[in-house]
Design a protein around this ligand. Structure first.
Ligand code: NAP
Length: 320
């Protein structure tokens, strides 16, 4: 089995930026594309806030370009998903599609996070046609429209408050009467005159005219009555799930499952394993911040492969 110097797991902006940097450093990275090649940006339409594209760029096109750029410098790609990783010794062993095994001196984990969806009819079919999981990405398209945000946590409060910059009215739809969000975030949303509330209802179906969303059907949890709430935009803000289950507890993660990195670096608690992008960032979650951390991961790997320990370059080495 040929041994790689670095393998990159995941091909969102973090993984592909890491691939570009690692390839330009002559490390010939082997990149595993993952379940959703290109990551979450392939689920959006136009990206207007990625620097360098004053007229915007379609999410899938941006990801294709990053992939081409990495390939041009020598990154190799394997279609498939990582079914297991053995980090008990170096080189690390990575299993792809439950059968193909690879060895690598170092790993960059950039498997991202997936927005949780409601799983109701009409929802996934209308992603990019009114259904979104990212207010920062898509809010701008709903100027002067009525929109719905589903969820009762901090994300829902934050997204709803942010969306009032564009929308004429934002209705927060939540399945209970009580919110999960912190008091300060709730208060901010409650004080916003553009935000309306529809509580104790369960979303049951996203309706569309075949082209774009026109209503969300909800069931009243007390009476069982089902009614349609007219809307052109539906933002699902019920949390994200970092894609770390395949690591089987071999790396330190926080209580939600996001990988913990050390200080300003992308190093994890396992020497030789680095993490970048949404899999280690529950806060910023932007394509550009993911790309930035992908760059850092490749630079960290390069140093590691040159024989330098993370502790040598961290300003404040993590305590044992
Ligand atoms: P969260 O706290 O887990 O809240 C998810 C919300 O979605 C809950 O209200 C939940 O309802 C609802 N939900 C989950 N599954 C659902 C389903 N299938 N159908 C309908 N509703 C569903 O997630 P989050 O809001 O993304 O926050 C995650 C973490 O990030 C939290 O620790 C939060 O404090 C933090 N965060 C902080 C900020 C900030 O401080 N600026 C911003 C965003 C996030 P139930 O309440 O009924 O379970």
């Amino acid at each position: 089995m040929e041994k790689q110097r670095v393998m990159i797991l995941g091909t969102g902006p973090a993984g592909l930026t890491a691939a570009i940097y690692a390839a330009r450093a002559n490390l010939e990275p082997l990149v595993i594309e993952g379940n959703e090649p290109g990551g979450q940006l392939t689920l959006t339409t136009e990206v207007e806030n990625f620097p360098g594209f004053p007229d915007g760029i379609m999410g899938p096109e941006l990801m294709d370009s990053m992939r081409e750029q990495a390939k041009k410098f020598g990154a190799k790609f394997v279609m498939g998903w990582v079914s297991g990783v053995d980090m008990s010794e170096r080189p690390f062993k990575v299993t792809v599609n439950e059968k193909d095994e690879y060895l690598s001196d170092s790993l960059i984990i950039s498997t991202g996070a997936s927005a949780k969806l409601l799983g109701i009819p009409g929802e996934s079919d209308n992603i990019g046609r009114g259904v979104s999981t990212c207010a920062t990405c898509d809010g701008f398209f709903f100027r002067n429209k009525n929109i719905i945000v589903v969820g009762g946590g901090d994300s829902a409060m934050e997204e709803a408050t942010f969306l009032t910059k564009f929308a004429s009215e934002v209705t927060i739809v939540h399945r209970r009467n009580e919110l999960r969000a912190s008091q300060i975030m709730q208060d901010r949303a409650r004080e916003n005159p553009k935000i309306k509330w529809l509580l104790n209802v369960t979303p049951v179906e996203v309706k569309s005219d075949g082209n774009k969303v026109n209503a969300l059907s909800v069931k009243d949890n007390e009476t069982g009555e089902i009614k349609d709430v007219e809307t052109t935009g539906l933002f699902v803000a019920i949390g994200h799930r970092p894609n770390t289950a395949f690591l089987n507890g071999q790396i330190d993660v926080d209580k939600v499952g996001y990988i913990k990195t050390r200080g300003v670096s992308t190093a994890t608690n396992v020497e030789g394993v680095f993490a970048c992008g949404d899999v280690m960032d529950s806060h910023y979650r932007q394509a550009i911040t993911a790309a930035g951390s992908g760059c850092k991961a490749a630079m960290d790997v390069e140093k590691f492969l040159e024989g330098s320990s993370v502790n040598d370059w961290l300003e404040a080495p993590a305590k044992a």
